[in-house]
Every structure is written in structure tokens, then in C-alpha cells.
Design a protein around this ligand. Structure first.
Ligand code: AMP
Ligand code: GLY
Length: 465
């Protein structure tokens, strides 16, 4: 973008922005079509910085809130052409595929600011082997792992490990490329499926075999501008389809934040041992990282360790984090995209955490899934929604379409999200379940124990007097 395109009146609702980013109304284009993008869309529509807001491709429910443009979000020339047509100042990239495909590179090369890392930084999600080697050479705590391209060496490695052991496809596999094997036979099968049967296509041409990390998982999302970052509250996803973490893995059946498994001590160690060394190493290795960095950690007896990095907001974590942010996420994304995050801070040159404000309270999302999910989901079931929403709740639309009669119908595995905010986690959970109880479609199923781990912890017996 040219600097003169930025020179109009400042918005009074925002704190003073650095001179490099004269605030003005921004035309925003959001890429993606799921629950995360619905949360981003709602945040953009609320932002005092927003001029026009559009989505590509979006979904049938978004159309009531903003114009949706059909498009393959990973098709870089098509995205650049649309962004130009809409005179977009900021393109917010929701999912990982466009990032890995270099959509941000193409937009920036065309002079359009984009929130999300370029292809080089996106390798932190697109290649688990790249990430494991990056972590190892920079002494960042993670499970010990080794990569293999042939089955014989993978099998030999497996025989040296204790159980459980983890087998991962190197590339993107829609969250399905990880097997935590409890027997050697299961691990060998997983390696053979990936390397020989190519069940994940070329994503499984290399596999990573790593030690199992024992502990409780949490996600920490950062909005990164090179060495400076905003750290959002820790959250916890629920990946298994069934209550009590049973059944197959899904894209995420619910989430809540803040997650107290990340105590102040764990948070301090995550910052010192993971976040700051990672951002310093990215810079040393010549990667200009601007966008979300999702740090998936295991809180083990030996401290926090990296399970995975993602290079975009988690879904459904994003849907509970944005409602907790009291500062304007659009301003933060704009500042990350334009390299100016925290440039007003005293020690801006050194990097480090940029403080922002959060609402006091908790947020919860319950995924309302289609019949059959996480197997092949039923499609076309008519969705019935309440006429009025309970206080502090919202419905997020992910896998939806309209039928010929104009009804909203199911069109994906994760159909809707019931989101609620509360002064306490209990209040947020009760509100989210009260909302879920008022929504219906044939085959709908959801977990009844979202956030139970933390609620139960709070019900622990009081210490003896
Ligand atoms: P990933 O796609 O790497 O995040 O892995 C998906 C899920 O597998 C994680 O969220 C964890 O629940 C589990 N997982 C992955 N790696 C490990 C590990 N080394 N130890 C224990 N669980 C793991
Ligand atoms: N909720 C996990 C993810 O977005 O990868």
C-alpha cells in the first residue's frame, strides 16, 4: 500500500497508533469459510477501523452479514485479483492452505497488506519435519523425533522406542495425520499406511516418529510481528468426538479460555523457553514472520513442551479468544501485517510482549456436529435456530448451506458453534449449553463435557483447616 492512501481521520475509539500506521478506515477481505472465519468476520464488522468487509468464499450464513465472493482461497492469482477489485487494504487469511500456498507472498508482492505468514514461515505448520528440526537446532523443548522416508528405517526406529509412540505424516493432513500408537503393531501399521499406502498422499512421503509426551495439552495463540507479539489467553480444545476424550479425533468439538492449566509459572516458562527463542530463531534464519503463531503445548512434569505449531488461529479456539479481547483485533492484525506492532513501545527494537487488554471472564464454544461426523457427515438436514439469543451468546456458522427453499441446512462436519461469555467459566458453560439446547437439526451431536476438566479442578476438595 502507498503511505498517502492511509492519510485520513483517526478513529477516536482506538489508542494512538504509531505514525507508520496512520489509522483510517480499512477495506478488509477475510479468506475462509468456517467457524474461525465467522468469528473474524464478526470482529471485523465491530471494528471502528473497518471500512468495507467482505469474505471469500464464506458460507451461506455469512451472506446475511457481509458480501461473499466464491473463490478458492489458495488460488493466489485469484485472491490478488479479488483484493484489487475490492480495493482491499488488509487481507486476513483464516486457514493454513492459502498460507502454505504463498497467498500472502503474492498479496504483499502486489502491495496489499495481509495478516498471516508468508510461505517460508508457514512451513512451521506445513512440514512437521521442518519444525522438529527447527526446534531441535534451536534447543526449544519438544518430544525427541526422527524423520524417515523409507519404511524399513521407520520400523527399525519404532523398535527402539517405548510405548506409546507417536507417528506423524510430515505434511498437511487436515488434522488427521497423527497416530498416538499404544502397541508396536499399531505404530507399524501407521507408518506403513503413510509411507507405503500413502493414505495422506504426498503429505506422508516422509514420516516423523517421536516420543510420547505425557501431560495436559493447551493452546497458546500469539499475534506476531517479527520479534514482537501479543499473547492471547491460553485455551483448551477438545479433539476427541466423545465425552471423556473418547472416540476418534475431530477438528475440535469445543474450546474454552482462559485455560488455567497454563498457570503463571507455565506461562513464564512458555515465554522464556518457547516463544521468545522461537521468534529469535525465525529472525536469525531469515524468516519474516508476521501473523498468528499457534503454539500447541503439552504441560509435562518437566515443563511445557511444543507439540505442534500452527500458523493461523485455531478453530474453534479463535471463536473464544476474539470475544475475550478488549482491544481491537483488526488494529492488531493491521499492525502485524504492516510491521508496526508495538512500535510505540519504549523497547520496540528489542522485541518482546506487547501488552493488550482482555475482558475479565471466560468464553466457551460447543461444536454442534453433523450426524456421522467425524466420519462422512450427513448433509442437507434443516437447521432450526432460536428466535432470540440468550444474553452473551452467539451462534457461529461453519458447515452450512441453503437449500432450494432458502432454509439453512447442514453442509459439513462441524455445522455450528454455540458460543457464550460469562463472568465465570461456569456461567459461560451454562449459557453455551442453554443455547445449544435451543438449536436443532437431525443427527446433531455435541459433547456434554466441554471445560469439565477445569470445572472439576475447581471443585476439588478444599484443603483441611
Ligand atoms: P499435531 O497435529 O502434531 O498437533 O498432533 C495432533 C494431536 O496428537 C495433538 O494435539 C496431541 O493430542 C497428539 N500428539 C501429537 N504429538 C504428541 C506427542 N509427542 N505426545 C503426545 N501426544 C501427541
Ligand atoms: N483446534 C485445533 C486447530 O485449529 O488446529
Amino acid at each position: 500500500m502507498s503511505s498517502d492512501s492511509l492519510a485520513t481521520a483517526a478513529s477516536p475509539a482506538l489508542s494512538p497508533a504509531p505514525a507508520a500506521v496512520a489509522p483510517r478506515k480499512l477495506n478488509i477481505l477475510i479468506l475462509g469459510s468456517g467457524g474461525r472465519e465467522h468469528a473474524l468476520l464478526r470482529a471485523a464488522l465491530k471494528s471502528p477501523l473497518a471500512g468495507s468487509v467482505a469474505v471469500a468464499p464464506g458460507n451461506a450464513a455469512f451472506e446475511r452479514e457481509a458480501p461473499c465472493h466464491p473463490l478458492d482461497a489458495a488460488d493466489a492469482p485469484a485472491v490478488v485479483a479479488l483484493a484489487k477489485k475490492l480495493a482491499a487494504d488488509l487481507v486476513v487469511v483464516g486457514p493454513e492452505a492459502p498460507l502454505a500456498a504463498g497467498v500472502v507472498d503474492a498479496l504483499e508482492d502486489a502491495g496489499i497488506a495481509a495478516y498471516g505468514p508468508r510461505a517460508a514461515g508457514s512451513r512451521l505448520e506445513a512440514s512437521k519435519v521442518f519444525t522438529k528440526e527447527f526446534l531441535a537446532r534451536n534447543n526449544i523443548p519438544t518430544a525427541l523425533g526422527r524423520s524417515h522416508t523409507d519404511l524399513a528405517s521407520a520400523l527399525a526406529d519404532l523398535r527402539t522406542r517405548s510405548l506409546p509412540v507417536v507417528v506423524k505424516a510430515d505434511g498437511l493432513a487436515a488434522g488427521k495425520g497423527v497416530v498416538v500408537a499404544h502397541t508396536l503393531a499399531e505404530a507399524e501399521q501407521a507408518a506403513a499406511d503413510m509411507l507405503e499406502k500413502r493414505v495422506f498422499g504426498d503429505s506422508g512421503a516422509r514420516v516423523l516418529i517421536e516420543d510420547f509426551l505425557d501431560g495436559e495439552e493447551a493452546s497458546i495463540m500469539l499475534m506476531v510481528c517479527r520479534r514482537r507479539y501479543v499473547m492471547l489467553p491460553a485455551s483448551q480444545d477438545h479433539k476427541r468426538v466423545g465425552d471423556g476424550d473418547t472416540g476418534p479425533n475431530t477438528g475440535g468439538m469445543g474450546a474454552y479460555a482462559p485455560a488455567d492449566v497454563v498457570t503463571p509459572e507455565v506461562r513464564r516458562r512458555v515465554v522464556e523457553e518457547i516463544v521468545e527463542p522461537t521468534l529469535a530463531a525465525l529472525e536469525r534464519e531469515g524468516i519474516d514472520y508476521r501473523g498468528t503463531l499457534y503454539v500447541g503445548i503439552m504441560v509435562t512434569a518437566g515443563g511445557p513442551k511444543v507439540v505442534e505449531f500452527n500458523v493461523r488461529f485455531g478453530d474453534p479456539e479463535c471463536e473464544v479468544l476474539l470475544p475475550l479481547l478488549a482491544d481491537d483485533p483488526v488494529r492488531l492484525m493491521w499492525e502485524c501485517a504492516t510491521g508496526s506492532l508495538g512500535s510505540g513501545e519504549r523497547e520496540a527494537g528489542c522485541g518482546g510482549e506487547v501488552p493488550v487488554k482482555f475482558r475479565d471472564g471466560s468464553a466457551v464454544i460447543i461444536t454442534l456436529a453433523a450426524g456421522g461426523y467425524p466420519g462422512t457427515p450427513r448433509k442437507g438436514d434443516v437447521i432450526s435456530l432460536p428466535a432470540a439469543l440468550p444474553a452473551e451468546t452467539q451462534v457461529i456458522a461453519a458447515g452450512v448451506a441453503r437449500d432450494a427453499a432458502g432454509n439453512l441446512v447442514t453442509a459439513g462436519g462441524r455445522v455450528l458453534g454455540a458460543v457464550a461469555f460469562g463472568a465465570t467459566l461456569r456461567e459461560a458453560v451454562d449459557r453455551a449449553y442453554a443455547l445449544a439446547a435451543q438449536i436443532h437439526f437431525d443427527g446433531m451431536h455435541y459433547r456434554r463435557d466441554i471445560a469439565a476438566r477445569q470445572l472439576n479442578r475447581r471443585r476439588a476438595p478444599a484443603p483441611l483447616p
